[in-house]
Design a protein around this ligand. Structure first.
Ligand code: NAP
Length: 305
């Protein structure tokens, strides 16, 4: 594959940045990739495992002369970081981000974008419950979606180049409006995470009653919730603080549905429960057919002996 950017700077070196680096290398998509993380510990690990062609101790040095800067840090610090790097950016450079919320990030970042620099917000819909520089892998974005949220009147060349990079990293790319993005993600990711956190929290309370049976006999439903609930606390705190309205809207609807199911259980309304579960089962089939998850039983977990 051809080089798409001569120089790319990754700011933040966690799961998403490290996956991007390995995917960029796999595709030969950049001449040089520089990297920066706030802690010396992360920078040392990056050097040790060969993450980035050059790891910089100074954020300004990392982004200087970069044709593309990718902000791979928690949503809550995007604006302050953009302010910090603004003076070091090359004219004509593109800045993008990978944050899980878009309206708030765009509002934080845009005031600090210098004239002649293009800011195009982005969000790869791919991740795991692991974090940090060692957690990334080149295949993370393969056949996943990356949503780009360009500002009105965005530079067509800059947008096409960013789109090519994501496609080169294996993703399918689509453009979306920021508010629509935040609502869609509240349904597909943010509210489900909150529900998983709640369920695991409830079980943790019960554990004291049942003397650790919750862990010992952990069955598929609960075990799957715990995987989601193991996700990075900083990232998810920021997601809920910055996607407040859409998450509260979806949680309101969720509560109404939950009450309806509660009533059906109380009244012994098996027909309601059966119809509801039949409908939800077909949604799962749709996800498999769209190639967004495995059809293997129990997510392909190896059978324990
Ligand atoms: P991660 O593995 O936890 O890495 C986060 C990086 O941000 C680390 O390098 C960390 O630096 C740095 N960082 C943390 N707090 C910071 C602060 N206050 N100021 C400056 N840098 C800070 O996170 P990630 O999963 O890659 O997530 C990065 C972004 O991608 C987030 O905006 C998240 O919403 C988005 N995202 C995540 C997923 C997912 O499933 N994980 C999926 C799609 C998008 P140190 O290592 O030095 O602490």
């Amino acid at each position: 594959m051809a080089v798409i950017y001569d120089r790319i700077a990754l700011v933040g070196l966690g799961l998403i940045a490290s996956s991007m680096y390995w995917a960029i290398k796999r595709g030969g998509l950049a001449g040089e990739v520089t990297g920066y993380a706030r802690s010396a510990e992360t920078r040392d690990i990056a050097r040790e495992i060969g993450l980035c062609d050059r790891v910089c101790d100074d954020i300004g040095e990392a982004v200087r002369d970069a044709d593309l800067v990718v902000l791979c840090i928690p949503v809550g610090v995007m604006g302050a970081t953009m302010e910090q790097i603004a003076g070091s950016l090359k004219p004509g450079a593109t800045v993008t981000d990978v944050g899980s919320v878009k309206r708030d990030v765009i509002e934080q970042v845009t005031p600090h974008v210098p004239p002649g620099v293009h800011f195009i917000a982005g969000h790869p819909l791919a991740g795991t419950e692991h974090s940090g520089p060692r957690s990334g892998f080149a295949e993370l974005f393969d056949n996943r979606w990356c949503l780009l949220v360009p500002p009105e009147g965005a530079d067509a060349g800059a947008l096409a180049q960013l789109r090519s990079l994501w496609m080169g990293m294996g993703a399918n790319v689509e453009e979306m409006d920021a508010d629509h993005h935040d609502l869609v993600l509240a349904v597909t990711s943010h509210a489900p995470h909150l529900i998983a956190y709640t369920m695991v929290g409830v079980a943790d309370d019960l554990r004291r009653v049942t003397d650790s049976e919750v862990i010992k006999y952990s069955a598929a439903g609960f075990r799957d919730f715990t995987r989601i609930a193991a996700s990075d606390p900083t990232m998810w705190r920021d997601v809920f603080l910055t996607n407040k309205d859409a998450t509260l809207e979806i949680l309101g609807r969720f509560t109404e549905e939950l009450f309806a199911l509660q009533r059906a259980i109380r009244q012994g309304d098996g027909e309601h429960l059966f119809d509801y579960f039949t409908r939800t089962r077909s949604i799962r089939r749709g996800i498999i057919e769209a190639g967004q998850d495995t059809d293997a039983p129990d997510f392909g977990r190896a059978t324990r002996k």
